[in-house]
Design a binder for this molecule. Sequence first.
Ligand code: KIV
Length: 263
Amino acid sequence: MTVPRFRAQKGGAPLVCLTAYTAHVAHLVDAEADCILVGDSLGMVIHGMDSTLGVTMEHMIMHGQAVMRGASKALVVVDMPFGSFEESPEVAFRNAARLIKETGCTAVKLEGGREMAETIRHLSARGIPVMAHVGLMPQQMNVAGGFKAVRDEEFWEDVIADAKAVEAAGAFAVVVEGVAAELGEKITRNVSIPTIGIGASVNCDGQILVFEDMIGLFPRVPTFVKRYGNMEDMMIDGIQRYAQEVRDRSFPAVEHTYSTKKG
Ligand code: KIV
């Protein structure tokens, strides 16, 4: 998948996007997804942080490299962590270029609407494709007082203005997170770039979920997550059976041990 092809799918077949943070999961996701996002949600679902604010460039680079080893056809996008792009377009360029050089990913994602338009324009004009992210922006949680969905009509025009601003600035796609379904649909009708919904609307141009949420490997389940599996139960079962078999010496069995090589 390339950026122009991804963008051209606006209004066409829904774009399938998922996060991945490790090589093997990326390999599995790659078989179905148009886009793999190495999102900063990794801070919460992999590293046990309470928010995404503690995620560093080094986290993103390490997981981005792992994902690039596993993916071969999906468009790989790496998130810019909090503090790596807000200061100035120049700082954003330096860090975005680092993500691309050191991971080999194709594009970066950054949170922000109108206030980030200048930065998106700066990056896009210099060879860095940008996926924007509007609506509920987890990196703004301290300002918003938590992870708050945009449901109140009073704020709809702001989010629409943000989506239009990132489109005008050159973003090739925009993640729309945590907004009333009607608003998600309205944004999709009002911009010419693909909208990728997460807790937005079934009428977005594509959908994204965090892999660990989707597969039942993370205890907190926001309203917008549908669980397509329950990996946690499978893992608990495996761990318990292993522990039991170690304790009663039924593991390792003969087939799991090496015989002596004579002579
Ligand atoms: O970090 C992330 O996983 C994201 C998705 C929720 C879109 O930004």
